[in-house]
Design a protein around this ligand. Structure first.
Ligand code: F0G
Length: 351
């Protein structure tokens, strides 16, 4: 009886639903806010991780998807479509199953992590691999939803943003007020848009006394907002944010400017370093794109741009199991031992 009910029931009065909206949910949200001891020591701040990989399909996308699929069902849609670097497609596929809908996904060929592809497949999605990047997939998905009876569930659908803003509510509900700084990875820029909306709404209603500065980080090879121009051939190991022309670009700039924040870049090397630190020193296994937020915080701290004593929340957006190749690569290989206690103890230097 005390189970978390999912973001629509928990925040119903703040979301665009009515009593007639069929709630399609996997009880998403209610994710852990984990104190980050090593990051706090390194920055002299109180750092927390919002662990969005704990959502039902392993990423923050579920918050937006429960809204998008519920509203699509209310409007009578029989099929949904999305473009994706992997997580949106995994989430759409799962929620479409719950709603009894057909789900079609467009993904960049060869550029989505195996775990995400497996999710879309096992949930029965119709997967089209496109010879192009995410931006090409999104253009195609928009064209299909404009011309055929299929509902678009990318974050250009405003109800996706509404669902995703609930993560900001949860943070304020947990901490008692907004943090000083909120850090997150930026790809298509829907999530930074959503958090900023959530923080603004809570401040406007007096639930929070203030809003945080929003710090967004793009991967250096896919950093159109930092460069101020579209990146035609985006690259990065963080395939989830391999995006050259973000749909919510202007909203991201507004979040940055209204909050007194910043959007900067981190290299793949910095991303992978933060990825390993999170796993090996905080015990939190995320996918590479998620580590961009932490990489950005560490970069800013090393440059002396983080005043000590602040309360900082980093969103880590997706579960490490989605893309385990990076965990295995470069790690010490497992050792093979005979089935013998003394030999095992010897290899572990226990004697
Ligand atoms: N982190 C992860 C794990 C993601 O999957 C994404 C986006 C982002 C960060 C960036 O969030 O786009 O709102 O700025 N993934 C999308 C997808 C593009 O298709 O799954 P954003």
């Amino acid at each position: 009886t005390h189970q978390w009910r999912g973001i629509i029931e928990e925040y119903r009065d703040r979301l665009p639903v009515t009593d007639d909206t069929p709630v399609v949910t996997l009880r998403e949200g209610g994710t852990p806010l984990v104190p980050a001891q090593v990051l706090s020591e390194r920055t002299g701040c109180e750092v927390h991780l919002k662990v969005e990989g704990a959502n039902p399909t392993g990423s923050f996308k579920d918050r937006g998807m429960t809204m998008a699929i519920s509203r699509a069902k209310e409007e009578g849609a029989k099929a949904v479509i999305c473009a994706s670097t992997g997580n949106t497609s995994a989430s759409a596929a799962a929620y479409a199953v719950r709603a009894g809908m057909v789900c079609a996904v467009l993904v960049p060929q060869g550029k989505i992590a195996l775990g995400k592809m497996g999710q879309a497949l096992v949930h029965g999605a119709r997967i089209l691999q496109v010879d192009g990047n995410f931006d090409d997939c999104l253009t195609l998905a928009r064209e299909l939803s404009d011309n055929y009876p299929v509902a678009l569930v990318n974050s250009v659908n405003p109800v996706r943003i509404e669902g995703q803003k609930t993560a900001a509510f949860e943070i304020v509900d947990m901490l008692g007020d907004a943090p000083d700084i909120h850090v997150l990875p930026v790809g298509n820029a829907g999530n930074i848009t959503a958090y900023w909306k959530g923080y603004k709404e809570y401040a406007a209603d007096g639930v929070a006394t203030r809003t945080p500065r929003m710090w967004g980080y793009q991967a250096s090879g896919s950093a159109p907002i930092v460069r101020g121009e579209v990146v035609k051939d985006p690259t990065t190991v963080a395939t989830a944010i391999r995006i050259g022309n973000p749909a919510s670009w202007t909203h991201a700039l507004a979040a940055r400017d209204e909050s007194g924040g910043a959007i900067d870049e981190v290299t793949d090397r910095e991303i992978l370093r933060a990825y390993r630190l999170l796993a090996a020193q905080e015990g939190v296994f995320v996918e590479p794109a998620s580590a961009a937020s932490v990489a950005g915080l560490l970069k800013a701290a090393e440059q002396g741009r983080v005043d000590p004593g602040q309360r900082i929340v980093c969103t880590v957006t997706g579960n490490g199991l989605k893309d385990p190749d990076w965990a295995v690569a470069g790690a010490p290989q497992p050792v093979t031992v005979p089935d013998c206690a003394t030999a095992a103890a010897d290899r572990l230097s226990l004697a």
